[in-house]
Write a protein that binds this ligand. Structure first.
Ligand code: KG4
Ligand code: ZN
Length: 336
């Protein structure tokens, strides 16, 4: 059978990325131009600056992705691109680039949901993984518990009622002076701390066993810091972030494993930037082993934003017949 090559583009937040993916699973190239250093000085992503940087980098990143994969545009079967959710100005750069390439090279255009991309990252290194399975999606903007019924087909069974998991990591990191992006810094610092040093609240959403709430936990951490400042008590940062991380991990693992058991699935995957958290991966592996559930996770490079995951998702959409027209627009709040 003839191979199918997708050239994929991702620009929904602060990474300008392009990738060539073969048959939905094999990554031939994965180019990521990160803007993290640029946004660090502001303590978070500045949308206007992100858009301007994307426009500067996008052609270079796409050219590099084709070169690394040792293919030309003529070899590519379709152009995949993230068209939402995300920052509108950032998304528009990728969408306009993909449309221009598809038009000029006479290739089909396949718009992809960013979160479908995150879920699909699991297909890259797990050739045996096929739907249906349960997936916990934890990124900077999203916390969803879904059943992946088929490729690109999701049933949402739980979501956050307030902050996303990644957002909580970023806010707590900022409060203790670890800087941006908070997740990886908390992960590293927590390794030197005691996860049971401080007992933070574990929020439950009444009547919704699969929903999450992190704002109470975040407030508890901020109150702890304020109280310490007022009393002049010294804060043990590793203990503090380790205890916070432990509370987040417990909330995520307990609900995800409960969902797999209750809905009767023996496969559980995680996706999104927070899925690269080492404590989450370890706790999830342990809980899944105990429950005889197979646990899947992408390598850290495929957890945070990248275009390879968009190429995987675009492949399955392409196979299903999804095609977008020249009127494809960025949809900042695109629903799953
Ligand atoms: O998926 P992603 O790259 O972008 C979005 O689609 O939002 O996720 C970024 C989020 C940020 O909040 C970042 O702090 C968090 O993922 N993150 C982590 C880790 N690496 C990234 N959170 C916890 N532990 C990590 N190791
Ligand atoms: Zn993302």
């Amino acid at each position: 059978m003839k191979d199918t090559l997708i050239l994929a583009i991702e620009s929904s937040c602060d990474e300008t990325a392009a990738s060539v993916v073969k048959n939905g699973r094999e990554v031939l190239s994965n180019v990521i131009s990160s803007q993290i250093a640029l946004h660090t000085q502001f303590g978070g992503v500045v949308p206007e600056i992100a858009s301007r940087k994307h426009i500067e980098k996008i052609n270079q990143v796409v050219t590099q992705a084709l070169e690394d994969a040792k293919v030309t545009l003529a070899d590519v079967d379709a152009i995949g691109v993230t068209y939402g959710p995300g920052l509108v100005g950032a998304l528009l750069v990728g969408v306009a680039e993909a449309k221009a390439i598809a038009f000029a090279a006479k290739k089909p255009l396949v718009g992809v949901h960013h979160i479908e991309g995150h879920v699909s990252a699991n297909y890259i290194e797990n050739p045996d993984l096929e739907p249906p399975f349960v997936c916990l999606i934890v990124s900077g903007g999203h916390t969803h518990l879904v059943i992946v019924k088929d490729y690109g087909e999701f049933e949402i069974i739980g979501r956050t009622r307030d902050d996303a998991a990644g957002e909580a990591f970023d806010k707590v990191a900022r409060a203790v002076g670890l800087g941006y992006p908070g997740g990886p810094k908390v992960d590293k610092t927590a390794k030197e701390g005691n996860p049971h040093a401080i007992e933070f609240p574990r929020a439950k959403v009444e009547g919704s066993p699969y929903d999450f709430s992190f704002s109470g936990l975040k407030s508890a951490v901020l109150n702890y810091i304020n109280k310490a400042h007022m009393t002049g008590e010294e804060i043990n940062v590793p203990d503090l972030v380790s205890s916070f991380q432990n509370a987040v991990v417990e909330a995520l693992v307990s609900r995800a494993v409960l969902a797999a058991k209750e809905y009767g699935y023996d496969k559980l995957a995680i996706a999104g930037g927070v899925a690269s958290n080492s404590a989450l991966r370890a706790a999830m592996q342990e809980a899944c082993d105990k429950a005889h559930i197979r646990f899947y996770h992408p390598s850290p490079i495929f957890c945070t934003d990248n275009a390879a995951m968009i190429g995987c998702a675009a492949y399955y959409e392409y196979k299903k017949g999804t095609r977008h027209g020249w009127d494809l627009n960025a949809v900042p709040n695109l629903k799953l």
